[in-house]
Every structure is written in structure tokens, then in C-alpha cells.
Design a protein around this ligand. Structure first.
Ligand SMILES: *Cc1c(COP(=O)(O)O)cnc(C)c1O
Length: 416
């Protein structure tokens, strides 16, 4: 050994040996634990070095591999691939491009010229990143076909089946952003299988339910997807950003689609197994070690701890949402509601009522923000006038807080 290894020795100074990997891990872990106890731990995590190759960042690359493997297990695939990205929107974009590459591999070199018009199907409740991805990738927002949803916000499989022009991709949503709806994945997978279509599931929001034995049935059929976007930074509360795109293909499709084989980083004649140089699967060069945040959290809380986090959030969301027969009205953590103020309670249902109700949420929101008592989102949505949307995920929220929320709205709106 030529170097004295201390927690502050830069990793690039250490001589490489497979044996040392475990030493690296220990040093890293010691350092990480030390750093995490300090105020600037998040800054530290966010500013630590890039990790395109194994030699630059052996520990973080192995951590990413381990976390992806675990996430794939929860999806129910026997094998697969994946990459952490800066956001679910970017994961969706990756998936769209990957599906298109599978559909016509020559696009990587020849570009869009000479290609027929390509269309994709998603639901009208999908995340807006679908449109952004379509415009960014040169597919065009007009080539995104929005399939009708039912009254709960779920894609109607019969409407999907009815569509004429053949798409290269169907994107289902598991946990829609506004209503928290889960598309019927099994039925959608049947249709995709029949027509040989790539199925992407945007589980950015709902994916974390996979960790809960009680709620994972919401995503029944997800193992039949070709790709899945899952954000541990949402329901599981990993530090932003922490988002993975997971791909069922394990034959190197992700790498073939994205690699540029820069000779100064990804030399093929290195003395170690270069399949660990996973950075060429990304559209980025340097990346932040986002997988590490999830890994650390998973280690600290265990699968049971994460499961409890999901169960607790969903139980709290249901606190206000059980009808008089004790039946749960809610699927996920999106509690959407109108507050009807005193002056509207005796009014007849009609356009005037809805027009007045539309103005209520913005006024209450303004009042709560100026008073500084709460923050609660509202929006109009698919023909519905402004309603509040409360999403409970923090383990620090209590039932008293849930009661406070409604009491406070009542107080703020008593003269309306
Ligand atoms: C939040 C969300 C996204 C976007 O995730 P970002 O990490 O904010 O880019 C995508 N899809 C769904 C369904 C979401 O709820």
C-alpha cells in the first residue's frame, strides 16, 4: 500500500484493486455518515463528483446498480436495466426516445428525415411532460393522442383499442398528478401485447406504492411494461432529485440507444470490466449521485420503514375520505375537494353556482398565504372548477394537522 487511506483522501488517488472496492465502500460510508451529520450534508451530496465511469466513482456506480436491481425486483421483472435521471419528466423523455429507437434503430444516425409520421398514445390525465418530450424529441405535440379517461381519471382501455393509426408507444400512468388515478395496466398491457407496442408506465408518483404490500395491487400488471419511470423523491421523500427510469430489456438497448463512446472516458482496453462504466447509458456526462440518497434512506429505514411511510401517508389521506358506509373513496394520496362557503350552501346547482365556486379556492389560498398558516394547492381540471388538492406524504403530519387544515379553511372562508 502506497497511500495512507483516510476519510479525506480523494478517491482518484487510491490505487485500484478489486479488494479495495470494499475498503472504498467503508471509507465512503464513514465519510458519508460523518458528512450527513453536518449542516451542509445535502450540499455535499449534491456537489460530489461525477460518476460516468467506474474508475472515477466506483462506489456510487455500484450503489446505483444495487438500487436499480432492487427497484426492478419490486416491479416484478426478473432482470432489467436502468438509469437515474434528473426528474420524472426526463425519465419519460428517455423512455419515449428509447421506444422510438426500438421501433426504428436507424433514427440514431439518420435522424428524423425520411421517417413516416410517428404517433404515441397516452391518457388525457397524463403528466404534461409527455407533451414536452414529444416536442423536444421532434415527434410533435399534435402526434400525442390523448385517450379518454373515466370519471376517476383512469384510461379507458376500450378507447385505446378503438384508436386507428398505429403508435410506436403507449404510455400509461400509475398515479396521475392531479387525481392520483391508476390506469388499468393489465388491460392496457393486453392491448399492447396484441399489437406489439412498447408500454411505458409513468409511475413517477404512484411507483412508491410498489413497496407497500397493502397498496401494491394499485399497480397490478406493471411487470408487463417495457419501461417504468419511478420517482423516490415523491412519496418516499428521498432528497430532490431522485428519479429512475427502469427498462425491462437487458440486452443493452439503453446503452445502444444513448451511447456516444467518447474515447477519452470509455476506453475498451481498460484493465477492469468496462461494463461497469455505465455513464454512456445517460444523455448526461457528469451526473449527481442521486441513487445514493435512496440507498442511504433504504439502508436507514429498511424496506419495512419505507413501506410504513407509504401506508401511513395513504392512511392519513383517507382520514377525511371514508363515506357514511365506511367505504374508502380514495385510491391514493391525492385528496381533491371543493370547499363550499356559507353563502353558496343554499344555492341551486347551475352555471352561476359553479362560476362562484370557481372563485372560492383562489381567495382562500390568498388568505392562507398572507396569514402564513398553510400552503395548499388548487387548480381547475378537465372541466371542473377550481378545487383544492391536498397531498399528504410527510411522516411528520398528524391527524391534528389534518383537522387543522379543514378548521382553518372554515375560519378563512367564514365570510364568503
Ligand atoms: C411529478 C410527476 C412527473 C414529473 O416528475 P419530475 O421529477 O417533477 O420531473 C411525471 N409524471 C407524473 C405522473 C408525476 O406526478
Amino acid at each position: 500500500m502506497f497511500f495512507e487511506i483516510t476519510a479525506s483522501t480523494p478517491v482518484y488517488l487510491l490505487p485500484f484493486s478489486p479488494l479495495l472496492i470494499s475498503v472504498f465502500s467503508i471509507i465512503e460510508e464513514v465519510r458519508i455518515v460523518q458528512e450527513c451529520g453536518r449542516e451542509n450534508s445535502l450540499d455535499w451530496m449534491n456537489s460530489s463528483r461525477g460518476w460516468y465511469t467506474y474508475e472515477v466513482s466506483p462506489v456510487f456506480l455500484l450503489v446505483e446498480e444495487a438500487v436499480i436491481k432492487k427497484m426492478i425486483e419490486f416491479i416484478g421483472w426478473e432482470e432489467g436495466d436502468g438509469i437515474f435521471n434528473p426528474g420524472g419528466s426526463v425519465s419519460n423523455m428517455y423512455a419515449m426516445n428509447l421506444a422510438r429507437y426500438k421501433f426504428c434503430p436507424e433514427i440514431k444516425e439518420k435522424g428524423l428525415s425520411g421517417l413516416p409520421r410517428l404517433v404515441l398514445f397516452t391518457s388525457e390525465e397524463c403528466h404534461y411532460s409527455m407533451k414536452k418530450a414529444a416536442s423536444f424529441l421532434g415527434i410533435g405535440t399534435k402526434n400525442v393522442y390523448f385517450i379518454k379517461t373515466d370519471e376517476r381519471g383512469k384510461m379507458i382501455p376500450e378507447e385505446l383499442e378503438k384508436q386507428g393509426s398505429a403508435p410506436f408507444l403507449v404510455c400509461a400512468t400509475a398515479g396521475t398528478t392531479v387525481l392520483g388515478a391508476f390506469d388499468p395496466l393489465d388491460k392496457i398491457a393486453d392491448i399492447c401485447e396484441k399489437h406489439g407496442l412498447w408500454l411505458h408506465v409513468d409511475a413517477s408518483w404512484g411507483g412508491s406504492a410498489l413497496i407497500s404490500r397493502k397498496h401494491c395491487r394499485l399497480l397490478h400488471g406493471i411487470h408487463r411494461a417495457d419501461s417504468v419511470a419511478w420517482n423516490p423523491h415523491k412519496m418516499l421523500l428521498a432528497g430532490i432529485q431522485c428519479c429512475a427510469l427502469l427498462v425491462k430489456d437487458n440486452s443493452g438497448l439503453l446503452k445502444k440507444c444513448y451511447s456516444a463512446e467518447a474515447a477519452y472516458l470509455f476506453q475498451q482496453d481498460k484493465f477492469y470490466d468496462v461494463s461497469y462504466d455505465t455513464g454512456d447509458k445517460s444523455i448526461q456526462c457528469s451526473r449527481r449521485p442521486d441513487a445514493f440518497k435512496f440507498w442511504l434512506m433504504w439502508k436507514a429505514l429498511g424496506t419495512t420503514g419505507l413501506e410504513e411511510r407509504v401506508n401511513r401517508a395513504l392512511a392519513l389521506a383517507r382520514y377525511h375520505h371514508v363515506n357514511e358506509n365506511g367505504i374508502e373513496l380514495l385510491e391514493y394520496a391525492n385528496v381533491c375537494f371543493w370547499y363550499i362557503p356559507p353563502s353558496l350552501r343554499k344555492m341551486e346547482d347551475g352555471p352561476e353556482f359553479w362560476q362562484k365556486l370557481h372563485q372560492v379556492a383562489p381567495i382562500i389560498k390568498e388568505r392562507m398565504m398572507k396569514k402564513g398558516s398553510m400552503m395548499l394547492g388548487y387548480q381547475p381540471h378537465q372541466g371542473k372548477v377550481n378545487f383544492f388538492r391536498q397531498v399528504v406524504i410527510s411522516p411528520q403530519v398528524s391527524r391534528e394537522d389534518m383537522d387543522f387544515l379543514l378548521d382553518e379553511i372554515e375560519l378563512l372562508a367564514k365570510d364568503l
